[in-house]
Ligand binder design. Structure first.
Ligand SMILES: Nc1ncnc2c1ncn2[C@@H]1O[C@H](COP(=O)(O)OP(=O)(O)OP(=O)(O)O)[C@@H](O)[C@H]1O
Ligand SMILES: [Mg+2]
Length: 375
């Protein structure tokens, strides 16, 4: 059991307000990823949870038990919070072998010797570093050391695991393998994991839920598919997705529950999936947002398709990215496989209007969402 509740957490370093009224619940068994650009407060949040930083405001509960109450200046000792932490910079004991680095934590928990042996070997095998068991940390590469640090954290099968960019030193191939490994671990052990990364692919592929931060503020908390399909703000939409989402300027108004937007990619009316409460009155500036993979391209004129031209084509083997000029707007489209187009070639683009998100330019908020259909 490990449920963590953060309520109205504020953290200042001097006058620098680095966590702003953060309220976040991590359910038992969640793989929660704290995601956001460098300096947005991810590591600080983790350090607050672990007890390495004292926030100036707010409350934290673990399984309903108060661990932080800034008002009464109560901060439970880190060792009594029942969690295991792997830092962005992993600190292995230099004078101990890999085996002993992992065994040490188990020994001080008074676990029987033969159990320690099997628990350490199990963790080493999971991280695919059993062959390095007798080496010292300085005889390992950065990526290997990083895997030792994860093995050390998982060996005791903690109910709560905090991981700060644990895969940052691995090469691309190993990183993909380790993502799969961590996902399996989470599934097998039922551990609650709080995982910090600025890599959105890592967040989208591994998490049960993602908490997206921007400059110390929690922007959105949602399952990966929902965050990808319906980012709550323009900032979230811009941050999630690679290649980036397309934004198109529009003039909008809403009359009798019908939201109408005019733009260079056409005029659209929506009566469903709109958030009437967020829609401003009268005419207003809107932003249409459309993912590159939603754009269909034809070289022949097509009913409902819009005439455009090729700005540049980037074939990359498994996919082709195409920059398209459509009126004053430039769009990016992604097509599977190798397609080739010439610069300035005339093309026709089409898409399903239901796949468009509409935002208010002024508030940045999502006004019309995309319905998620599970296959
Ligand atoms: N000990 C400290 N003293 C003063 N300022 C700090 C301290 N630790 C962090 N900060 C500041 O707090 C802000 C948040 O830092 P934090 O380490 O949480 O960012 P992060 O989201 O983990 O970034 P990254 O992806 O680069 O690791 C930054 O502006 C940072 O400069
Ligand atoms: Mg960090």
């Amino acid at each position: 059991m490990s449920k963590i509740e953060l309520k109205h957490i504020d953290k200042y370093y001097g006058s620098n307000h680095v966590l702003k009224d953060v309220t976040l619940t991590i359910e038992d068994g969640d793989f929660m990823t704290l995601l956001g650009p460098s300096g947005c407060g991810k590591t600080t949040t983790l350090r607050v949870i672990a007890g390495l930083e004292k926030p100036q405001n707010g409350v934290m509960l673990i399984d309903g038990k108060e661990m932080i109450n800034a008002e009464t200046a109560f901060y439970e000792m880190p060792g009594k919070r029942g969690l295991n932490l792997v830092f962005q910079s992993y600190a292995l004991w230099p004078h101990m072998t890999v085996f002993n680095n992992i065994a040490f934590g188990l020994k001080i928990k008074h676990i029987q010797k033969q159990d320690i042996q099997s628990m350490v070997m199990d963790a080493l095998e999971k991280m695919r570093i059993a062959e390095f068991r007798d080496r010292y940390p300085n005889e390992l590469s950065g990526g290997q050391q990083q895997r030792v640090a994860i093995a050390r954290a998982i060996a005791s099968r903690p109910s709560l695991l905090l991981l700060d960019e644990p895969l940052s030193n691995l090469d691309a191939r190993l990183r993909i393998d380790m993502r799969a490994e961590l996902k399996r671990l989470h599934n097998e052990m039922g551990t609650t994991i709080i995982y910090v990364t600025h890599d959105q692919v890592e967040a989208l592929t591994m998490s049960t839920r993602i908490a997206l931060f921007s400059a110390g503020t929690l922007v959105q908390t949602a399952p990966p598919l929902e965050l990808y399909t319906n980012p709550a703000t323009l900032m979230a939409a811009e941050f999630i997705g690679n290649p980036r989402i397309n934004f198109v300027a529009g003039k909008a108004s809403c009359v009798n529950g019908r939201l109408t937007v005019q733009s260079d990619i056409g005029e659209y009316s929506f009566t469903e999936d709109i958030d009437l409460q967020e829609i401003p009155g009268g005419d207003f500036e809107a932003v249409l947002a459309l993912r590159p993979e939603q754009i269909d391209i034809d070289v022949e004129p097509h009913d409902g398709y819009i005439e455009s031209s090729v700005f540049a084509s980037q074939p990359a083997g498994s996919e082709t990215l195409l920059s398209i000029q459509c009126g004053k707007e430039q769009l990016l489209a992604k097509q599977i496989g190798i397609r080739d187009y010439s610069i300035n070639q005339k093309i026709y683009i089409g898409f399903d209007p239901r796949k468009i998100n509409v935002y208010s330019k002024e508030s940045g908020k999502l006004l019309k969402h995309v319905r998620i259909t599970h296959q």
